[in-house]
Design a protein around this ligand. Sequence first.
Ligand SMILES: Nc1ncnc2c1ncn2[C@@H]1O[C@H](COP(=O)(O)OP(=O)(O)O)[C@@H](O)[C@H]1O
Ligand SMILES: [Mg+2]
Length: 468
Amino acid sequence: MMEQGVPPVSVGRLAGSAVLIGGVPVALFLVLGIGGWLAPGLTVVAALITFLAAWVVAWLWLSNLARLAMVLRHASEGSSEALAQPGMPLLPAMRDVAEATGRLARSLEERSALVGRLRRADAAILENLPDPLFVLAEDRSPLRANRAARLLFGVPATDMRPLAGDIAALLRHPALASAVDRALAEGEVQAVDIVLPVPVARELAAQVIPLDPPLVDGGRLVVQLMDRTRERAVERMRVDFVANASHELRTPLASLMGFIETLLGPAEDDPEARRRFLGIMAEQSERMRRLIDDLLGLSRIELTEHQPPTGRVRLADLARSEAEAMTPILARRDVHLELALDDSAVASPADGEQLAQVVRNLLENAIRHGRQGGEVKLAVLRGTGERGGAVLEITDDGPGIPREHIPRLTERFYRVDKGRSRVAGGTGLGLAIVKHIINRHRGQLSIESEEGHGATFRVWLPGGRVEG
Ligand SMILES: Nc1ncnc2c1ncn2[C@@H]1O[C@H](COP(=O)(O)OP(=O)(O)O)[C@@H](O)[C@H]1O
Ligand SMILES: [Mg+2]
């Protein structure tokens, strides 16, 4: 509280006021004295006493009023202060005024505290809204940006700068700039989709909301951004996926239809050709069956991907039985399979059926895409270091994978060499399925390969060890 003394009342003002108050009775005494109706001594004494009394009343009035003016001034600045002050008596009427000003000042103070709280609440709501949002002044300069907006522009969430540079770049976007113009001109909310190439390509849906009346800080427009990058990518992926899947199915289907036509027409009476064609048709239908199986498998795994598995799996047992099931294709490709299995390696929590599919897909790839007559090694080990767990390692000595293809191998239908993959009987979905299963297990897949020197697919899975 700024308790301050009242500045002393100036003598000139005091004298002026005393004359105003006491002038008439003093003059009256003097007239009475001069006219002889009052004794001269009495006249002087009466006039002096009256003037003194007027002086005191004037001093009381002026200092009370000065004090009142000061208290009101302070109240208007938001602080309350009592009118009474030690060493300064108050006129009786002033006491009532004092009480009223006290109440007024207190209610003003409460109201300004309330306004402060409301402003802070407003700011906190804007700050914590999940969508990136910023506030622009009438001249379109950015006033504020919330936490989500700062994150979007790559500024640490705690940094309160208004991001002038980045937002200026965003506002230069022609579509957004014209939406801002329209919002200001029409006073209506405007929606617009924009693509930002920097710092990372982003697709944003923006809403420009004009504020009338403006915010207390002069905010005239709120620009709300919704990051649609992920959604749009998922949309595109879905479209690509359907296109790819139909294409993959159409190829064998077209070939089946072609052979059926040939069998019904020109090859009708050629048993040799018929046998050959039926063989190819069986192969093509088998390819369609595998593709449909993999597509269904993939969507089943995607459905459960967010639920963690529950069991415990001894990887060595699982690897042994999957290796055994590979005997026919090992023989066909003349590949030797070497096993190095640590029986104490356990994946947990884990789904045995799904991990068997991981081993199957990776082994099949090593055998099919590896070297004819080559060597494949399947190892199961315990994870090392702090994170422990279990590791599956499948290594071949085939042609390997060119470096630039490695990051994309787990995409659906991605193949290094489409023609060769099909001949090898692949659907292009094997590694996509592997990746989804490993994701569900919160594991990790790493692929190491050097062109011409084989490839190693390493899977780490969280887990423990078998006691005893
Ligand atoms: N061990 C490997 N050696 C060389 N290339 C491989 C190996 N494993 C996978 N690839 C490459 O990765 C691609 C994707 O594998 P995958 O998703 O299993 O599809 P598919 O085996 O049906 O072709 C394969 O087409 C192949 O080009
Ligand atoms: Mg495969």
